[in-house]
Design a protein around this ligand. Structure first.
Ligand code: ADP
Ligand code: MG
Length: 393
């Protein structure tokens, strides 16, 4: 069964009827610009072909029920009960199972955004299926948020634009789930376009498609299957270091520190904070350089920038793991033009830019390197830039 059909079938199991519509939103991969989003910086993600589907129908009452092929049982609340549930206070026992906090959090945040607009917030049943790998750094979280937000925005006639819906997804993730993530994932999932990456300024939310010019090339995803967890330690610690670095430099965010300021930064802070700062500052510059290189010379020319990004994450930001380093090194040894870990780190996936004819050789080399290191076999596949959230049927 295809993934949208699975959502419709789950909806039917849940309600005995057909949905009013099916909406979908993609996962995303970040080409370059890691941990820059919450530093008000630049990122360059694109939407991938893997999508999350939400089959949704209006109910006669004011209740909301969510089900997922990924979860054991549906979760149901009164629509008017969502406000007291969220935001989830840090350390408090969550009011809803974690997975359900994503769609329910979207419904809550959308309710708040629509207050006073005259929109009709009616009860809904939501059935979700997905082929976005979960916890792989490909943002299954933004996909479930985007599919839910698109569906409710249409069915409730809230009429919000895509950037606002991205913000609603982020609010759900930050305040209902309690994961302190930036805006990149939701923007990529809402605004992605075929054949282009999204050059996003995370301070202004200005977003421009940048053509990738991938003719003759392929982008490999190497999912290490080492699961990352955003809501835990490392991610928060990195954020705290960035905030400390910005405070020491006397700027609102590390976006406002340039490569030329780095010698002064080194004088002012401890070594760990300095290296965290240096990653963000140089990574922002690499995003700008990548956009310029793509426009002037095409994707074949960005390999070295990807490699430099990985080294910075491994050595300065210290968010890589041995599986990610092995993926990157073995892909480069086998002839990839560039490779880097992608996503928040501590697991998840790496990307490798390869000549189309080299896909098999690079994949085989990475698989062999994993086996030689005693790691579980990685999941390797190619992706092409794909469309953002939309209504399917
Ligand atoms: P990533 O976004 O990299 O996949 P996250 O930890 O940010 O990883 O989000 C994964 C979480 O999102 C899952 O553990 C689950 O709670 C929720 N989630 C994502 N997709 C689904 C889905 N199809 N059904 C139910 N929950 C989902
Ligand atoms: Mg996520």
């Amino acid at each position: 069964m295809t993934t949208p059909d699975a959502a419709t079938a789950l909806f039917h199991d849940l309600t005995g009827r057909t949905p009013d519509g099916v909406w979908s939103a993609p996962g995303r991969v970040n080409l370059i610009g890691e941990h820059t989003d919450y530093n008000d910086g630049f990122v360059l993600p694109f939407a991938i072909p893997h999508r999350t589907y939400a089959a949704v129908g209006i109910r006669d009452d004011r209740r909301i029920r969510v089900a997922s092929t990924f979860a054991d049982a549906p979760v149901e609340f009164a629509l008017d009960e969502l406000a007291p549930l969220f935001p989830t206070a840090p350390g408090r026992e969550p009011a809803a199972p974690e997975w359900a906090a994503y769609p329910l959090g979207v419904a809550w945040a959308l309710q708040l955004a629509a207050t006073g607009s005259g929109a009709e917030l009616r009860g809904v049943d939501i059935a979700i299926s997905s082929d976005v790998p979960i916890g792989a750094g490909l943002s299954s979280s933004a996909a479930i948020e985007g599919a839910t937000a698109s569906a409710l925005n249409d069915l409730w006639r809230t009429g919000l634009d895509r950037t606002t819906l991205a913000g609603i997804g982020r609010r759900a993730e930050n305040e209902a789930v309690g994961a302190p993530t930036g805006i990149m994932d939701q923007m990529a999932s809402m605004l992605g376009e075929p054949d282009a990456a999204l050059f996003l300024d995370c301070r202004t939310l200005d977003a421009h498609p940048v053509s990738l010019g991938m003719a003759g090339l392929a982008l490999l995803i190497i999912d290490t299957r080492v699961s990352h967890a955003h809501s835990t330690g490392g991610y928060r610690e990195r954020r705290a270091s960035c905030e400390k670095g910005a405070a020491v430099m006397g700027v609102p965010a590390l976006r406002d520190v340039s490569v030329d300021d780095l010698p002064r930064a080194r004088e002012l802070m401890d070594d760990v904070t300095f290296r965290r700062v240096r990653h963000i500052v140089t990574e922002n510059q690499r995003v700008l350089d990548t956009v310029r290189t793509l426009r002037e010379s095409g994707a074949r020319a960005i390999g070295d920038l990807l490699v430099a990004s990985h080294a910075s994450m491994r050595d300065d930001f210290e968010i890589s793991v041995p599986e990610l380093d092995t993926a990157v090194e073995s892909a480069l040894d086998a002839g990839a033009l560039g490779a880097r870990m992608t996503g928040g780190g501590f697991g998840g996936a790496a990307i490798a830019l390869v000549e189309e004819g080299a896909v098999q050789a690079v994949s085989d080399a990475v698989t062999a390197a994993f086996a030689a290191s005693g790691f579980a076999a990685p999941h390797i596949f190619t992706v092409t830039p794909s469309a953002g959230a939309h209504r399917e049927a």
